[in-house]
Design a protein around this ligand. Structure first.
Ligand code: ADP
Ligand code: MG
Length: 685
């Protein structure tokens, strides 16, 4: 058994369980080391009944005040009892545990630990775990890892597997040179790994996390630097000229470009027709109109007889972009050929697309990751654009560029990153900012409400639909697993259907659905055949349905503000007044304060800044703020200080040993190469 063995090398793991691990991305034992907890469960200090607040997980020391009653509710076996301590009474209930009636002794005190939920008009403990008092006192204060899960994978399974790997296998040497570790007081690698999974206390866990985040950023920055060096020496292998067709397209658009769009377009046009390979980041808030800029760049490229490609993170988005470009080409009677290439197309469709791409028939190519697959062979790719870049990694960006001979590159992002961070993250990309929304937009009206407002919200949606508009409802989040999330969306949709008249078509969308079905649903929503779309956050990225005017977000408190801002950006994309209803089910003051920021502002930059101030950079139990880039642990906002260190460290390292030739840098060099080029060897950092 070593780090490269499959999960089935573990005790008690067979073929079936191995498959489950693989579904979670764990193919080798080494992968487990970096399968980080998403949070920690802390056995909190015991509370008295009167102190318990709805929504929290609490442990109470209490005794049964009556016999347990067992009955059936909707085919579920339900046991209920009233607990009592010196401060009051509290109901507790369990599903499918009828034997408790015989095992719990009346009069004896136990510790009951569970989530306090609303049941009828009262607060009750849901499915509390039961401990003997001594046993609980022993584990009180300990931190237990909670892992992200997939279907069939339980927390216990991961915990046990990680434990075994940590105990029995040898973890690789530290790739960081001592000088760097000492300068930034970073944990030793092996210690960090064991403490991130099973921390002795919170301080250790934070230390460990810091070290591992540093590693992520450090490799990322080194990889960027090595790519950049390749880029600077080369000139474009083709030359583009300005063409009148772009001005003509702009002239014929149904709207006029904003001043910000015009400014950025001038920058793009200049770069594209210049004699250096362009590498430019277009940053602009949701709805600022970045797509048309990409389209103009693609058209200019096509007009020069060269190919341009646009890569987006989801099928839905790819299809949407493809359709709007095709429409534009038709309406304006342009002589260009657009082609779509996505993973869910049939083999035959793909073959046709490949053929059109390699023969040069296609000028404008739109697609998902499929664009960088081996079979996609371009004739003369001169421009590559990635939309919502943070979903793509360095590696993918590189693979995309490698499809052409030093093509121009544009990266589009709606994530507001302060310039200082952008410089680190995007290396020496030039930055254009679309800092203005189209003039015909009314600011979105926001409200933050609690769950008792739901009925009114539904009535509001109904009203908007009757006016001809459409609505999104983002379903309550379930963190445990994707399949529970799916069930949840389905149940919620059923319930919503009952609250709305039959004339309104409600459908749902979730991550586990087949891409073809997702596309179909989105298509129907776009055509207003569906009026209300219930969804998980899959709609977050880039979808454009200007007729939708209501965005209702359940469990708004569980989202990062940046993410909420993205969700909200799905409405307010047309001329009509739009609304964002954020429903929260937590009483905490901090939650309200956070949501209030969104309530006050529609400006992404402002929101990100305020959010950070409120949370403080150390708030790592919180929600990932940006989900930016490919980091497992690090978050460029929250961990901006570490990002800065890593950037400095990378600078110093390369100053003394640019090619990483010194013996003490060999392990680092190896890991960097795996990081950049991937391959069969996995990066068990
Ligand atoms: P994002 O920057 O979020 O990608 P999009 O490019 O999807 O935004 O644009 C959002 C919507 O605004 C689209 O329907 C687009 O056609 C429209 N739009 C873009 N530019 C303008 C403009 N200058 N005036 C009016 N509408 C515009
Ligand atoms: Mg967009």
């Amino acid at each position: 058994m070593n780090m490269c063995s499959g999960p089935d090398a573990l005790k008690g793991v067979g073929e079936k369980t191995k498959k489950i691990f693989e579904r979670a991305g764990i193919f080798q034992l080494g992968d487990l080391l970096h399968y980080y907890p998403r949070a920690y469960d802390i056995y909190e200090n015991m509370k008295s009944i009167s102190e318990i607040r709805e929504g929290e997980t609490a442990a109470v020391c209490a005794s049964l005040s009556c016999e347990i009653t067992v009955r059936y509710v909707k085919r579920l076996n339900l046991s209920t009892v009233i607990l009592r301590d010196s401060t009051g009474c509290l109901q507790a209930f369990w599903y499918n545990m009828p034997y408790l009636k015989n095992t719990l002794k009346p009069g004896k005190r136990y510790v009951f630990r569970g989530k306090a939920v609303r049941k009828g008009r009262q607060t009750a403990l849901e499915q509390p775990a039961i401990f003997d008092i001594d046993a609980y006192v022993n584990i009180q204060g300990q931190m237990q890892p909670l892992y992200p899960l997939v279907d069939g994978l339980t927390n216990k399974m991961v915990k046990k597997a990680v434990r075994q790997v940590l105990d029995e296998l040898e973890i690789s040497e530290d790739m960081l040179p001592d000088s760097i570790r000492e300068k930034w007081k970073l944990d030793d690698y092996q210690h960090a790994l064991s403490q991130i999974h099973f921390p002795d206390n919170e301080t250790n866990m934070r230390q460990a996390r810091q070290r591992l985040v540093f590693d992520e950023f450090f490799l990322f920055i080194l990889a960027l630097r090595s790519l950049r060096n390749d880029r600077i020496v080369v000139r474009p292998s083709f030359f583009l000229e300005e063409k009148p067709v772009t001005a003509q397209v702009i002239q014929n658009l149904p709207f006029s470009l904003t001043a910000a769009q015009q400014k950025v377009w001038r920058e793009l046009e200049q770069d594209l027709t210049g004699n250096q390979v362009m590498a430019r980041l277009i940053q602009g808030d949701v709805g600022s109109g970045k797509t048309i800029l990409a389209v103009l760049a693609l058209i200019l490229t096509a007009a020069n007889g060269l190919q341009g490609a646009l890569m987006v993170p989801t099928e839905v988005l790819a299809r949407q972009h493809y359709e709007s470009i095709t429409e534009l080409i038709q309406k304006q009677a342009l002589d260009f050929k657009a082609v779509l290439l996505t993973g869910s197309m049939t083999a035959k469709e793909k073959r046709e697309a490949y053929q059109k791409i390699s023969s040069g028939f296609a000028d404008i190519i739109i697609g998902t990751h499929a664009l960088i697959q081996e079979k996609a062979d371009y004739q003369n790719l001169a421009l590559v654009i990635t939309d919502e870049q943070h979903r793509f990694g360095v590696r993918q960006r590189e693979a995309f560029a490698a499809k052409g001979i030093t093509p121009h590159m544009i990266v589009m992002s709606a994530t507001p990153i302060p310039r200082t961070l952008a410089v680190i993250i995007y290396g020496d990309l030039d930055i254009s900012v679309v800092d203005e929304l189209p003039a015909d937009r009314l600011p979105i009206k926001n409200c933050v409400v609690d769950t008792s407002y739901r009925t009114k919200a539904y009535a509001f949606i109904r009203n908007e639909v009757e006016k001809g508009r459409q609505a999104y409802v983002i379903c309550p989040m379930v963190e445990e697993s994707e399949s529970i999330e799916a069930e949840n969306v389905i149940a919620y949709t059923r319930q919503l259907c009952e609250s709305l008249p039959d004339t309104i078509t409600v459908e749902y969308l979730h991550g586990k659905m087949k891409p073809a079905l997702k596309n179909e649903i989105m298509e129907r929503f776009l055509k207003n055949e569906i009026q209300v779309l219930v969804s998980t956050t899959v709609v977050e990225v880039g979808v454009n349905v200007p007729n939708a005017t209501v965005m209702m977000v359940e469990n708004a408190e569980r989202f990062g503000l940046a993410q909420l801002h993205q969700l909200r950006g799905r409405v307010g994309r047309g001329k009509e007044q739009s609304y964002c209803i954020m429903v929260h089910s937590s009483d905490s003051k901090k939650t309200k304060q956070r949501l209030e920021i969104l309530n006050q502002s529609n400006d992404g930059f402002f929101i990100a800044g305020e959010d950070l101030k409120l949370r403080g950079p150390g708030d790592l139990f919180g929600i990932r703020q940006s989900g930016l880039m490919e980091f497992r642990l690090g978050d460029v906002f929250q961990d901006s200080a570490i990002l800065q260190w890593a950037s400095e460290a990378a600078g110093r390292l390369l100053e003394t040993d640019e090619e990483l030739l010194l013996p003490e840098h060999q392990l680092l060099k190896k890991k960097l190469s795996i990081y950049i080029h991937g391959g069969t060897e996995r990066l068990n950092l």
